[in-house]
Design a protein around this ligand. Structure first.
Ligand SMILES: Nc1nc2c(c(=O)[nH]1)N[C@H]1C(S)=C(S)[C@@H](COP(=O)(O)OP(=O)(O)OC[C@H]3O[C@@H](n4cnc5c(N)ncnc54)[C@H](O)[C@@H]3O)O[C@H]1N2
Ligand code: MOO
Length: 435
């Protein structure tokens, strides 16, 4: 059987920029879906599909920005009789007149007649009653009209935009939506992503004594976790053995409820690598079947038209090596899913870093896992990056602690090494939705 197995890949190697362009084109073909949700914790991280406007002024009335006394500015320094208190949540109903004041707390409503607040620190207590309530104070400093007062609408005016179209709901947006009592909001619906591990050697991570030749499935937990970190709607689709019928069945089953499927394993040259054929058999178009990058050479992406609201199903069939699956997920799956979820910025932020050691360049562009030294180089401000453990793509240890992916070119005739302290581009592996 193996003798008939091809000795060369039929899939042309795409250059990385071309593969990225194809991913963008796929994203552009998929319509974004709008849904209405409650403004509760589940709204965090969602992308807003409408411009949210305020319905009222904030603050609604003039309020104090300091703890002190509401006074009339031109009344000047000297003795003031205290006629009442205006605490946050407790309105003083009377009015302030010349020679009088009202004790006020930060956020308290400015009483009628008053046009300034003098801070407590610039006053002196003269008299108090038997209940220790202040009755007379001296203002030791003059105040200007409007001093320590927030005017109505000085924060937000009625009909101002409070959360812009396509903003992501983070703590600040969540806060302002709550400040205005907005209970429902239109957001982009998250695509459903299913992760499937393929491989006849795989056993559950729960297995204590793994038989020789078998391995615990770590790709599915790793990728489900990565997608959860990004706030995606992800399902663990389980494992399937390397077998044509089994793969067909599993993919067909998962396609029913998924917009995107991410599989690992079975995409290279092995005699049991059926994934590409399974996709072709299910009517998918292979958009690319190899990418000139390390790790991730056999990274495969396929699409098929669908009658669903997204109009297109996408399968990212990633290599089984743990580092390859993880890096390809960052580079291809995360930006596509972010795109489908309505994010404006879908790619990782790139920064320049200095490398802490010589790095030998390979025959393909390479994404090297690295961490950033806490204290940057104070001479020029570039963070210093240290490569994590042995970078071989079958290793899993090099992913632990990785904060950036160093983006290195392939070696050329005149450049085979990036020397220590050399500057290289690095992708920040933040799961922060703002990227
Ligand atoms: N003759 C060639 N051989 C290989 C080539 C090639 O071009 N010609 N490419 C190599 C590259 S590059 C990669 S990457 C791997 C990818 O192979 P597959 O995607 O077919 O992956 P598998 O063979 O199924 O598995 C590879 C490796 O990863 C382990 N694995 C798989 N799934 C999991 C999982 N869910 N959890 C943990 N570990 C997993 C698997 O046991 C294998 O050790 O192919 C090279 N070969
Ligand atoms: O490209 Mo593979 O992912 O190097 O081992």
């Amino acid at each position: 059987m193996a003798a008939h197995h091809p000795r060369e890949s039929q899939w042309p190697k795409k250059e990385l920029p071309e593969a990225r362009k194809i991913m963008k084109q796929i994203g552009a073909q998929i319509p974004r879906i709008v849904e209405s949700i409650q403004v509760d914790w589940s709204a965090l991280g969602r992308v807003v599909a409408e411009e949210v406007k305020s319905s009222e002024d904030m603050p609604p009335v003039a309020a104090s920005t300091k703890d002190g006394y509401a006074v009339i500015a031109h009344d000047g320094i000297g003795l003031k009789k205290m006629v009442g208190v205006s605490l946050a949540g407790n309105i003083y109903q009377g009015a302030v007149e010349i020679g009088k004041c009202v004790r006020i707390s930060t956020g308290g409503i400015i009483p009628e007649g008053a046009d300034a607040v003098i801070m407590r620190e610039y006053t002196e207590l003269v008299r108090q009653d038997q209940q220790s309530e202040e009755t007379e104070i001296i203002c030791k400093q003059a105040v200007q009209v409007g001093e320590n007062i927030r005017l109505p609408g000085s924060d937000v005016r009625s009909s101002d935009v409070i959360v812009p179209f396509e903003a992501q709901i983070g703590s600040a947006e969540f806060g302002i939506l709550n400040a205005f009592g907005i209970r429902t909001i239109k957001v982009y619906k998250k695509p459903v992503v299913t992760v499937i591990s393929t491989g006849s050697e795989l056993v559950s991570p729960m297995v204590e004594n793994v038989p020789l030749g078998m391995v615990r499935d770590s790709n599915a937990p790793q990728l489900v976790a990565l997608f959860k970190e990004h706030g995606f709607n992800v399902i663990d689709g389980g494992r399937v053995v390397d077998d044509k019928e089994g793969l067909d069945k599993k993919l067909t089953e998962c396609l029913e409820h998924s917009d995107v499927i991410v599989t690992t394993g079975g995409v290279s040259m092995g005699e049991q690598d059926y994934m590409k054929n399974a996709l072709l058999h299910l009517g998918f178009k292979i958009e690319f079947g190899r990418v000139s990058m390390k790790p991730g050479l056999p990274c495969t992406v396929a699409t098929r038209e669908s009658a669903s609201e997204r109009k297109l199903k996408v399968v990212l069939a990633l290599p089984g090596n743990p580092a390859s699956a993880w890096v390809c997920s960052h580079l291809f799956a995360v930006p596509l899913i972010r795109d489908m979820s309505g994010y404006r910025r879908i790619n990782h932020t790139k920064i320049n870093v200095r490398i802490a050691q010589d790095i030998k360049l390979g025959d393909r562009p390479e994404f090297v896992r690295a961490f950033i030294e806490q204290v940057g180089d104070e001479d020029d401000g570039h963070p210093i990056a240290h490569v994590t453990k042995n970078q071989i793509s079958s290793n899993i240890g090099n992913l632990v602690g990785a904060q950036v992916l160093l983006e290195l070119n392939a070696a050329s005739a005149d450049k085979t090494v990036v020397p220590k302290n050399g500057l290289v581009k690095a992708l920040i592996l933040s799961s922060n939705g703002n990227f």
